[in-house]
Design a protein around this ligand. Structure first.
Ligand code: PEP
Length: 251
């Protein structure tokens, strides 16, 4: 059975106290369910505290929002995958559109980061998504195929069991404009069919594909009820514990 996942990406938000409170509210107000995981992704400096506070819950995992593409050495300000693993991080988010856009992360850099994460036994939430021009020009299937072909489709099928895909149309991220459940399902079905074509039915049937982009308490249930949508990567709505818990309860 495919894993269901609700992941919260806090981006560069919260301070030490907010971060701790958010984790404790989520722990307190959510219940362990079979095959369902909650992934919390606070900023780097709050990861250790979040890991400690979730330690007793096997269904709550912690993700870093980034990792270095380098192994170790003279790279001021960078945090390596090995360091993240050493404090107990489970996942790394790679390929988020904000990192591609603001930090100019190319496919080559993303591939280096994926290899760093996987070789240090971290799992990856890999993001893909088209921009509004590509959507309006009906290029979205080709764009997603290209983004996946130049990155995670280069991995061997064994490594794919450590990858979650997040489909995040850029025009829906932080805009309040959500993809309709039909638009999201159509793309998730397409992504799954690409995995089946390239790696076989078993890989395609087992990979979790999350939707991200203005997902909130009011629309989560309809989005998650689509057959190829296995949960969500949530930005803004993951910063309020009541909203995030309501999204968790929609799965
Ligand atoms: C995101 O940035 O991954 C995201 C989905 O953001 P939001 O939910 O705020 O659109």
């Amino acid at each position: 059975m495919r894993k269901k996942i609700i992941a919260g990406n806090w981006k560069m938000n919260t301070d030490k106290k907010d971060s701790k409170n958010l984790v404790s509210e989520i722990v307190k107000n959510s219940e362990e369910k079979n095959h369902t995981y909650i992934i919390l992704s606070p900023p780097y400096i709050y990861l250790q505290q979040a890991i400690t506070d979730c330690m007793h819950r096997k269904d709550i995992l912690v993700a870093s929002q980034n990792c270095s593409s380098f192994d170790n050495g003279a790279y001021t300000g960078e945090v390596s995958a090995k360091m993240l693993k050493s404090i107990g991080v489970d996942y790394v988010i790679i390929g988020h559109s904000e990192r591609r856009q603001y930090f100019k992360e190319s496919n080559d850099i993303l591939n280096d980061k994926i290899l760093q994460a996987l070789s240090n036994n971290l799992k990856v939430i890999f993001c893909c998504g088209e921009d509004i021009n590509q959507r309006e020009k009906n290029e979205f299937f080709d764009v997603i195929n290209d983004q996946l072909s130049s990155t995670i489709f280069k991995l061997d099928s064994k490594k794919l069991s450590n990858i979650i895909v997040a489909y995040e149309p850029i025009w829906a991220i932080g805009t309040g404009k959500t993809a309709s459940p039909e638009q999201a399902q159509e793309m998730h079905f397409y992504i799954r069919s690409l995995f089946k074509k390239n790696f076989g039915d078993n890989v395609g049937d087992n990979i979790s594909i999350l939707y991200g982009g203005s997902c909130k308490a009011s629309n989560a249930k309809t989005i998650f009820s689509q057959s190829d949508i296995d949960g969500g990567l949530i930005g803004g709505a993951s910063l309020k514990s009541a909203d995030f818990i309501s999204i968790i309860n929609s799965i």
